[in-house]
Design a protein around this ligand. Structure first.
Ligand SMILES: *Cc1c(COP(=O)(O)O)cnc(C)c1O
Length: 380
């Protein structure tokens, strides 16, 4: 048996909707499938304002600009995160300030945030790792006290919640990814949720429409559209939105199937928790985006990986903490101790997790994962 790390979900409706666009509509953006996607997300997840984008990276950059983060400002984010998070901060010449993550969830650590806040802090960027919520209520409280904005990077988190609220809808901004590595996809794609009343929605529309008031024009409120301010091209093609809509209609089914597998893996690794530093705990509000195991010991991690790879099971490590990369080390802040993040990129492994896994494949993975644990724990 050969087990791939990921296979994208297929709903069988993608072709039908894409053909509908090709046969009956314009393939550029802001058409009926964009509207369908936005209405779906608004209704299902109680989101006030949504703009679709071509990626979560673009959504993060919009959020940083809309939060009015400027040159010299500081933005706190976990070092264990994706490059796009830090890049969005560099895009406006602000400074990424790296925080630690907590052991239980690998989400940003609250104490770390408290220690890093200065007069220059303009925003906190929160990643909901693997679709499991960060301690968002506590973060919102700290942000209010200091009058700073919260940007939720909910790239992993479509269909995931915290106390009934959809992830991405709680901070001032939420940023979603529909990249093909995520639960629901248009290949490339994203969305930005604009949640707080204090954000100039008109400014967001202008930024989204290449710096023009084209939205007013599309709504028939002006005869022509003109340059109004800073903007860029964030708008996804209708072909992408047709693909996305076909998948979104199945979001609950996808989540359910993923969580079923998470539950099985969770039970399996519980037996071996003495050799693990942490691992994904089953959580009914999560979306089963990923399942990770984090070894205490580097040698055991290497042995485990070698064993399961030999059994043709593709397990993957994850982010190299940004402060420990050659480019990122200039943003290392020395009063923080990063021991949790040391070697996390070699000690953390994600298991194959997607709805297309068959029962016999899951059985095979579980058998060999167990053997891998035993092997790395007993061999010299
Ligand atoms: C995937 C991912 C992104 C980037 O998403 P794109 O849509 O590919 O730009 C950003 N942040 C996190 C945490 C991600 O996992």
């Amino acid at each position: 048996m050969k087990i791939k790390f990921n296979k994208i979900y297929k709903s069988n409706k993608e072709k039908k909707y894409i053909m509908d666009v090709l046969d009956n509509h314009s393939i550029s953006g802001d058409g009926i499938y964009t509207d369908k996607v936005i209405e779906f997300l608004k209704r299902k997840y109680s989101i006030m304002n949504i703009l679709m984008t071509t990626s979560c990276s673009q959504s993060l950059e919009m959020a940083i600009r809309l939060a009015k983060v400027k040159e010299g400002d500081e933005v706190i984010l976990p070092s264990f995160s994706f490059t796009s998070c830090a890049n969005s901060i560099l895009a406006v010449n602000a400074k990424p300030v790296f925080a630690r993550v907590e052991k239980e969830t690998l989400n940003i650590d609250i104490n770390s945030i408290k220690r890093l806040i200065t007069d220059q802090t303009k925003a906190i960027m929160v990643i909901h790792y693997g679709g499991i919520s960060a301690n968002i209520d506590e973060i919102m409280k700290i942000a209010k006290e200091h009058n700073i904005k919260v940007i939720e990077d909910a790239a992993h988190a479509i269909g995931a919640f915290s106390n009934g609220r959809t992830l991405g809808s709680i901070g001032d901004f939420g940023s979603i990814s529909f990249h093909s590595t995520k639960n629901i996809t248009s290949g490339e794609g994203g969305a930005i949720y604009i949640n707080s009343e204090g954000i100039d929605k008109n400014n967001a529309d202008i930024m989204h429409q290449k710096g023009t008031n084209r939205f007013e024009f599309l709504n028939g409120n002006t005869e022509k559209y003109v340059w109004k301010g800073y903007g860029s091209s964030f708008c996804p093609s209708e072909i992408l939105m047709a693909h996305l809509y076909a998948q979104l209609e199945d979001v609950e089914k996808v989540t359910e199937e993923r969580l079923k597998i998470v539950k099985i893996y969770n039970k399996l690794v519980e037996e071996f928790k003495d050799i693990l530093f942490s691992y994904t705990k089953f959580n009914t509000e999560s979306n089963g985006h990923l399942f990770y195991i984090f070894f205490k010991d580097l040698d055991k991690a290497n042995k485990f990986k070698k064993y399961v790879n030999n059994k043709n099971i593709d397990v993957r490590t994850h982010y190299v903490p940004l402060h420990s990369t050659e480019f990122g080390k200039k943003y290392k802040n020395d009063f923080l101790n990063y021991h949790l993040e040391d070697d996390i990129d070699k000690k953390l492994m994600r298991l194959p997790l997607y709805p297309a896994l068959t029962d016999s494949e899951i059985e095979y993975i579980c058998k060999e994962i167990r053997n891998g644990f035993i092997y790395c724990n007993t061999s010299l």
